[in-house]
Design a protein around this ligand. Structure first.
Ligand code: DC
Length: 222
């Protein structure tokens, strides 16, 4: 059994990296951000864009969030409905960032994440995996890149999908989400003391994967 934690800000390439490594090592990939996005999406659908922490907390007991792997791809279910195809939008990302600051939301998702790691070899990406979810992970990587680099990548990604994106707007959203995620009182985004910092501002995807594999090999025998 091996547990690998990859934390870092939005757009640093955590999921791209974790997916490739999961495949290479034959272990599970768990995208924890998808869980917060699923809650954010549900809040937007059920309550709307204006909501308080109390309203979100009232909603939690009626929600059952569940992860399933279909052909090795993670799907998130809320009350039996697969919401995976609805959670990749900017409004959902912002809602996820906002609801993730509410302590009961974090508590609600904690056991689900820990249970999966206890039962499987896993590479998990998020914001607090190395600090809170899996403090005893075998390997911890803190993946980051300068905000301007992350914004440039995001614009390229959107352009490729045929979506027009304005660099300044994307950069503003990235900076806003960094700020939310790093300054919240509970489980903020930060590098664990024993995590290895990997800044991929000057690296491409392949170089990032190589660097991460080196870090992993230096910590565990593969
Ligand atoms: O990784 P992502 O962009 O899909 O995450 C969406 C939001 O969810 C992120 O801005 C903050 C929150 N999140 C969190 O608080 N803790 C995690 N482990 C993962 C995500």
């Amino acid at each position: 059994m091996i547990n690998i934690a990859v934390d870092g800000p939005g757009g640093s390439g955590k999921s791209t990296l974790a997916k490739v490594i999961a495949k290479q090592l034959g272990i599970l990939y768990l995208d924890t951000g998808a869980l917060y996005r699923a809650i954010g999406y549900t809040v937007l659908c059920r309550i709307g864009e204006e909501y308080t922490e109390a309203q979100v907390c009232d909603l939690l007991p009626s929600l059952s969030v569940d992860l399933r792997y279909e052909e090795n791809v993670q799907h998130v279910y809320v009350n039996g409905e697969d919401v995976s195809s609805h959670i990749r939008t900017q409004p959902v990302a912002m809602a996820a960032s906002r609801v993730s600051a509410f302590p009961p939301v974090r508590a609600f998702l904690l056991d689900l994440q820990r249970d999966i790691a206890a039962r499987n070899s896993v590479i998990m990406d998020g914001r607090d995996v190395g600090t809170v979810i899996l403090p005893h992970a075998d390997v911890k990587i803190f993946l980051t890149a300068r905000p301007e680099v992350r914004a440039t990548r995001r614009v390229a990604e959107l352009t490729e999908k045929g979506i027009q994106a304005d660099f300044d707007t994307v950069l503003r959203e990235i900076t806003q989400r960094d700020h939310n995620d790093m300054t919240r009182a509970v489980a903020p985004l930060k590098q664990a003391d024993d995590a290895v910092l990997l800044d991929n501002s000057e690296l491409n995807a392949e170089e990032t994967i190589d660097a991460a594999l080196q870090i992993i090999r230096s910590k565990v025998a593969l």
